[in-house]
Design a protein around this ligand. Structure first.
Ligand SMILES: *Cc1c(COP(=O)(O)O)cnc(C)c1O
Length: 380
């Protein structure tokens, strides 16, 4: 039924039996940096590549501070802790996201509140956020309180789905007027911009991931960026077991985490980041090929980058007409050796998050039944 699609995808990735959804690309100085790290013996918690990577992330995102972490989930967790999220708080996020977004909230003893997304960006909808804040919250002192539960809502964590920037500046305005701490889950959107500004830099804190399936990878890794010097210092301290600096004494002034990025991973991360702009140009080209092709396929919609944005095109996304058609598409393409996958199960539908508050989730529900991600690797 979808022969035209499978043969088109095969033509974009020629001479491949199996076409993965997203594979890493190592065409830069990865081996050189890794060998230098091994030769130096500084493979673990300290080393020059960690410092260099943090500096490169600052430069790339145009922020004042960057803290490298062992993975993106740890970065999210640490960001929430330094934002002051504590047990009993509520944190607003979207249900259409990878489970790590909500898990990090849970690690703090806080509860996610799942609000709807926009259909075009697939990220948290400022309209849904505004409606929820107006109807269900009140300001008390300098904090935002959920009138129904009596709990403090400390933060909001929107996610830039598949690399498409959400309407983040409107969300930032709402967070400002309602005393919510804005933490962007930019795990999927490194290099994506909205009105010329990098995703991850609109909030007080932004978080990235360098997992194996992301736009660039260092095996496992993450980063927090911020312009707030105090928060950055706290994030660094907290992710390095909260050890007070001293040549040999071990003193820790809070319960910290062993979340730092090893120097070995940082070596890989530096080499990958050096090639990010090339990767982005190549991914933009593929997205354009897909967009042109799917414009000839009446029953399939290609999700183009939202207006006013430049997406990193991490995972190209199409919408099928309904769930049965989507399931047919998934079965046929995967059987043909072309890896495709549906959206994550909406987090409010997981047993672990079934008790959490939601709004109507009309768009998230509609999208979750129709989304399919298609092969999106860099082809250089
Ligand atoms: C990948 C990802 C993370 C966290 O990634 P790690 O695998 O822990 O590095 C967090 N949120 C979203 C939306 C992601 O896609």
């Amino acid at each position: 039924m979808f022969e035209a699609v499978t043969s088109q995808i095969r033509s974009f990735f020629p001479n491949r039996d199996f076409i993965p959804l997203h594979e890493p690309k190592f065409i830069g100085r990865e081996k050189e940096y890794l060998a230098a790290t091994i030769d130096s013996t500084f493979v673990s918690s300290v080393g020059k590549f960690v410092d260099r990577f943090e500096e490169m992330m600052r430069d790339y995102t145009g922020t004042g501070h960057a803290v490298a972490t062992v993975n993106g989930t740890a970065a999210l967790h640490a960001a929430l802790v330094v934002a002051g999220v504590t047990a009993g708080d509520e944190v607003i996020t979207q249900p259409l996201t990878f489970v790590a977004t909500a898990n990090a909230i849970s690690y703090c003893g806080a509860q996610p509140v799942f609000l709807d997304v926009d259909c075009d960006t697939m990220g948290l909808s400022p309209d849904a956020l505004r409606a929820f804040l107006e109807e269900h919250t009140e300001q008390s002192g300098n904090s935002c309180r959920n009138k129904t539960t009596g709990r403090r809502i400390r933060a909001c964590v929107p996610m830039h789905t598949f690399g498409h920037p959400c309407r983040i500046e409107e969300i930032a305005d709402l967070c400002r007027t309602h005393n919510l701490f804005l933490i962007e889950d930019a795990a999927e959107s490194l290099g994506s911009t909205r009105v010329g500004k990098q995703t991850g830099t609109f909030g007080t804190l932004g978080v990235y991931s360098f997992n194996g399936n992301k736009t660039i990878t260092c095996g496992g890794g993450g980063a927090i960026v911020t312009n707030d010097k105090t928060l950055a210092a706290h994030a660094k301290h907290l992710t390095t077991t909260a050890k007070k600096p001293h040549p040999y004494l071990y003193e820790h002034d809070e319960v910290g985490f062993n979340y730092r990025m090893p120097n070995l991973n940082a070596a890989l991360a530096c080499a990958q980041l050096e090639n990010l702009d090339r990767f982005l140009a190549d991914k933009r080209e593929l997205a354009e090929l897909y967009r042109n092709f799917f414009s000839t396929q009446p029953a399939i919609d290609f999700v183009a980058e939202p207006e006013g944005t430049r997406a990193n095109h991490w995972l190209n996304t199409i919408l099928l007409t309904d769930r049965p058609t989507r399931d047919l598409f998934l079965a046929e393409t995967n059987e043909a050796g072309i890896q495709t996958r549906p959206a994550w199960t909406l987090l409010n539908r997981l047993k672990i998050y079934g008790h959490c508050r939601t709004d109507g989730l009309v768009n998230a529900t509609w999208l979750a039944e129709r989304i399919v991600n298609i092969p999106s690797s860099v082809r250089l």
